[in-house]
Design a protein. Structure first.
Length: 263
């Protein structure tokens, strides 16, 4: 039997001194996660396509006494992803503990009104871009030999489907399947791979993508009768990044206020 030292909850959830990579840091869940990590003593390497909002998040972190660096990242461009990964590895000396792939986009419209241009954008930002980024960063994490945590962002739309989000649901379903498969391969290296599946969350993405009337109807369907706040999703991400989740891998963590209760 493997001898595993028992940790207190305080010890298991202590992230002081860890190093994290967070994408989509410019707003919403990504910004909340970056700020929460930094407040917990994590050095954060931030990526976002919007340099202005990304640097604003970095300024928030530094103003509060945290540590971080911003590196531009466009998940639509392979060269940008490669440059981002190379910069992270160079600046951190390959010593990072957490990859939180949070950046994502959505477009709500009937499937037959979808355009191939939107398909390409959604699949690259939500799925292929994160896959490429993780593929570029993982070798350094493995070589370091200290284990690690990878957290992706799926969606309950990727678990149970969502009207008007057919292609978005497909991209998030792909993220979920990718995370589960990667978890099997990375277990030998003590790298945990888990996916957070947010329900409706009060973010700029949600506000832009959905009409007010539809938002109100969706909120009524949530048992708690409200949307999630970004920090509530960030807390789930931080849990999965901590030692408290050391024996969890390949799991989908739904944070939806009970909107879906699918096993």
């Amino acid at each position: 039997m493997t001898d595993v030292a028992e940790l207190s909850w305080k010890q298991a959830t202590d992230l002081t001194g860890k190093v994290a990579v967070v994408t989509g840091c410019g707003s919403g869940i990504g910004r909340a996660t970056a700020r929460q990590f930094a407040a917990a003593g994590v050095t954060v390497y931030l990526g976002d396509v919007n340099e202005e909002t990304g640097r604003a998040t970095l300024q928030d972190i530094e103003s509060a006494g945290g540590r971080g660096e911003f590196i531009p990242l466009n998940l639509l461009e392979a060269a940008s992803i490669d440059s981002f990964a190379d910069e992270v590895k160079a600046r951190s000396n390959g010593a990072f503990d957490i990859i939180a792939s949070i950046a994502g986009i959505d477009r709500i419209e009937p499937f037959l009104q979808n355009s191939p241009e939107n398909w390409d954008k959604i699949i690259h930002v939500n799925y292929l871009g994160p896959v490429r980024m993780i593929h570029r960063l993982l070798p350094a994490m493995i070589e370091r030999g200290a284990g690690g945590k990878i957290i992706t962002i799926g969606s309950d739309a990727g678990r149970v489907g969502s009207t008007g989000e057919t292609f978005y649901s497909g991209s998030k379903g792909a993220v979920i399947a990718f995370t589960k498969a990667l978890a099997r391969e990375m277990a030998r290296y003590r790298i945990n791979c888990n996916c957070v599946a947010p329900g409706p969350t009060d973010t700029p993405l949600f506000t832009v993508a959905m009409e007010q009337k539809l938002r109100e109807s969706l909120v009524k369907a949530i048992p708690f009768r409200r949307m999630a706040q970004p920090y509530e999703i960030a807390h789930a991400i931080m849990f999965l990044a901590s030692g408290a989740a050391d024996f969890m891998t390949g799991q989908v963590f739904s944070v939806s206020g009970g909107l879906t209760m699918h096993g």
